[in-house]
Design a protein around this ligand. Structure first.
Ligand code: FES
Length: 155
């Protein structure tokens, strides 16, 4: 027979459960499909991965060119962010960036490599990539147009 929960223990469990959604935040929406600019080519010195909080995307430039990925974790849709140091996600601020490409999700600890492939779970699915174009020297992301992870836009 399972002993009944004491009042104090039951309240403690309820309090812990109510903190979880706050700690992880509201699930992030997918980026709106309309194309948008993220700045001039010169603002991206390779290698760099930049987090655009208000657009829910990560825009990167590596040796082969520009690419963009959703910043929405494939586990339970929190926002991933550049990883600052092992075990430390950057705060969710506009234009956080790093040069390693490691992305992390503060909700349950998933880590993605610079191509958006999960290297530490619980996430098992890669981040979706979007087409990037360079127009008049400016970087433009097209969230409504999925592309392969190895697609690049050359400056
Ligand atoms: S939502 Fe990202 S690890 Fe759970």
């Amino acid at each position: 027979m399972v002993p009944p929960l004491g009042r104090r223990k039951a309240l403690g469990l309820l309090a812990a459960a109510s903190v979880l959604p706050v700690a992880c935040g509201t699930p992030a929406p997918m980026p709106p499909p309309e194309p948008f600019e993220v700045g001039p080519v010169g603002d991206f010195t390779a290698p760099v991965w930049r987090f655009f909080f208000n657009r829910e995307v990560v825009v990167a430039r590596d040796a082969r060119g520009f690419f963009a990925m959703t910043a929405v974790c494939t586990h339970q849709r929190c926002l991933v962010r550049p990883r600052e140091l092992p075990g430390l996600c950057m705060p969710p601020v506009e234009d956080a960036s790093n040069t390693t490409g490691e992305l992390c999700c503060h909700c349950h600890g998933s880590v993605y490599n610079g191509q958006g492939t999960p290297v530490t779970g619980p996430s098992t699915r890669p981040l979706a990539h979007f087409r990037v174009t360079i127009e008049d020297g400016r970087v433009r992301v097209h969230p409504g147009e999925p592309v392969a992870a190895d697609a690049r836009a050359a400056p």
